[in-house]
Design a protein around this ligand. Sequence first.
Ligand code: NDP
Ligand code: 2IT
Length: 455
Amino acid sequence: MSKYVDTVLKELKAKNANEPEFIQAAEEVLLTLDPVLKANPQYEQNAILERMVEPERVIMFRVPWVDDTGKVRVNRGYRIQQNSAIGPYKGGLRFDPSVNLSVLKFLAFEQVFKNSLTTLPMGGGKGGSDFNPKQSPHTPGKRCSDAEVMRFCQSFMTELFRHIGADTDVPAGDMNVGGREIGYLFGQYKRLANEWTGVLTGKHLSYGGSLIRPEATGYGDVYFAENMLAMRKQTFEGKNCVISGSGNVATYAAEKLIQLGAKVLTLSDRSGAIVVKDGITPELLAEVMELKNVKRGELSEIKAKGVQFVAKKNSWQLVDKIDAAFPCARQNELDGKDAAYLLKHGCTVVGEGANMPSTPDAIEAFVKAKIMYSPGKASNAGGVATSGLEMSQNSERLSWSREEVDAKLKGIMKAIHDNAWEAAAKYGKKGNYVVGANIAGFTKVADAMVAQGVC
Ligand code: NDP
Ligand code: 2IT
């Protein structure tokens, strides 16, 4: 490690000692940048690393709302505006009790590099709240009602609206924030700002959403993996795949894999995992989507033939023969032991759909084994890239066809793959997508920051 990186990391750890996820994400990136920092002394001269690890602005606010029993509840809301060097802040909103400053700062930091990789002009941001839509505050075991979610979203936006805008900061969905929440948030923004602009992405088609945006992260993850496989002249046909999660990213990754002739053997959620020995069928996947998106239930409720439910387990160590793994649920959900199991059972592809799902020792194992391992900031960038395409459509007041958006998404995922591949090769790390994605994402933002002076 160079002295420059060492100094920045030491300061970052001292300043943010109680933010483990943020330190983990920053360390993962900074430790790969030495060659590009050495070749470009202007980055150190301009304190680019010191500035990149410090968000441009952190907004933290009270979100009071009234539950269905008439009681006032209070949650904490956040927006991290990390970096606007190459475009307006852009990134999702997460509603989950695990949300805190550390989690959102790691997500905002990752988003800067990811958005840079998309080839589109988007800066990085992230936000959300510790609000838990999956547990009503008054009835144990019950979810929040639609009306409660709406009142929460309206209150959240009543503060957030003054900090965002189509050319300033454009939020979208993330964990527990999907079409329903984006609708409520958009409606409230429109009332408060008295304007109809593309201030949020992931909107429903009836009011400015883009075709393929719901599918984009999962599809993009699989497109990226297809590009990795193509380098070794392989396809997904007949490959055994395990997926974690059963939300937006996981289910659309599953859909694309099934379309490509792969067998999807597992999905998971907080209740546990389902294992389907012969592969999940399109009909079963439709049932899972209905369960998670409409009924808002748990995988333990699936009673279809051939489905085995394993309580409180993730997807990694349930199947004997595995070709590819797709972590699509949450951060640090795949550790060193899981990685060892996957490698031992034949896995040669790991395509991260979630943000930072693999722990540092798992990443080390994948890189050491020289398998086709893609870090989330590269392989899950299809979601935000298609958000960028939604912004373009809103700006020109036009809607593109499904085929047009899908073709653009495919092109972007190939460009991300190729840029990461080439950056890794240029700096002597051929085939290492971790190094390649970090360097390719970093360089564009760093150059923009140097050009814009000290700001
Ligand atoms: P969803 O809320 O739609 O799905 C999240 C899934 O992860 C659910 O199946 C959920 O289970 C599961 N999960 C969450 N927390 C836990 C936990 N503590 N233990 C076990 N399972 C858990 O979110 P998304 O699919 O949108 O996001 C998934 C990941 O992908 C996140 O890391 C997100 O940041 C990332 N991502 C999302 C993008 C997007 O466009 N949506 C874009 C790029 C990355 P349950 O249903 O039981 O809650
Ligand atoms: O992590 C992510 O890239 C997202 N949650 C999507 C962000 C977006 O603005 O579409």
